[in-house]
Design a protein around this ligand. Structure first.
Ligand code: CUA
Length: 258
């Protein structure tokens, strides 16, 4: 007959064996397959601004800030043959960052910085996606990293689509009021309808009615965001404090986004 003591001993032995096997497999993966372990850098202060820093023509430091629901900076371009140190921080809730085609799979946790290093050998476009459910805009939370031919690369180069920031008071206003988190000005998909070509557009609402976007509609959308919801979108827009003068400024700017 086996006593309780012997059974306990056996259970402890089996658990220890499991733990050791796991440890051995991890060491094997690290050494044999050169699998990189993601690192949490506790000595680096979380940052609020995303940027690409050039250390040398072949070495870059990329600071990504994840926030609802975008990555900053967007559409980064680096030359082939570069080593990129990716640092990831979050400005609000927990997000994730994966870059299919690389080993990069990081968590974006508020108050911490996570790190991964990638060497990009060949020109190619990579997607940068959020892989942690972070709310209504999660599906649309994505950007791109472009690896281009070294010959054609200039330091500080932006993706062809990303022109200079518009120098318009209306643009500065929608940026300051954080409208650009959910609306693009160039037609890119986001949690909210794009502002490109919005003014004068006929939009179908979720209740089947059709609305032509004019001053009154924009005013209502700002002050009562949930009054009318465009088909295919969800009622997630928060109320934003906006004076009448600011609202008119924004309407004038939207008219220019043809
Ligand atoms: Cu951010 Cu999902």
């Amino acid at each position: 007959m086996t006593s309780v003591g012997q059974i306990e001993k056996r259970i402890v032995l089996i658990s220890v064996a499991f733990a050791l096997t796991l440890l051995a497999l991890t060491v094997l993966a690290l050494n044999l397959y050169h699998v990189g372990l993601p690192t949490c850098l506790t000595d680096i202060k979380p940052f609020e601004k995303g940027e690409l820093i050039t250390h040398s023509p072949t070495h870059y430091e990329l600071h990504y800030v994840a926030r609802m629901w975008m990555f900053e900076p967007e559409d980064v371009t680096v030359p082939a043959g570069s080593t990129v140190d990716i640092y990831l921080s979050s400005a609000d809730v927990t997000h994730g960052l994966i870059m299919p085609g690389t080993d990069v799979n990081l968590m974006a946790v508020p108050g911490t910085v996570n790190y991964a290093r990638v060497k990009f050998e060949k020109p190619r476009d990579y997607q940068v996606l959020c892989q942690e459910f972070c709310g209504t805009g999660h599906q649309a939370m994505a950007t791109a990293l472009h690896v281009v031919n070294r010959q054609g690369y200039r330091v500080g180069q932006q993706a062809p689509s990303a022109g200079p920031e518009p120098n318009d008071p209306g643009y500065r206003l929608i940026k300051a009021k954080r409208c650009l988190t959910c609306h693009s000005i160039d037609g890119k998909p986001r949690p909210g309808p794009t502002f490109k070509g919005l003014y004068g557009r006929r939009e179908e609402m979720i209740d089947g009615s059709v609305v032509t976007v004019d001053d009154a509609y924009v005013r209502e959308s700002i002050h009562e965001p949930k009054a009318k919801i465009v088909k295919g979108f969800r009622p997630v827009m928060p109320k934003t404090k906006m004076t009448d003068a600011e609202t008119e400024e924004i309407i004038e700017y939207l008219k220019t986004l043809k």
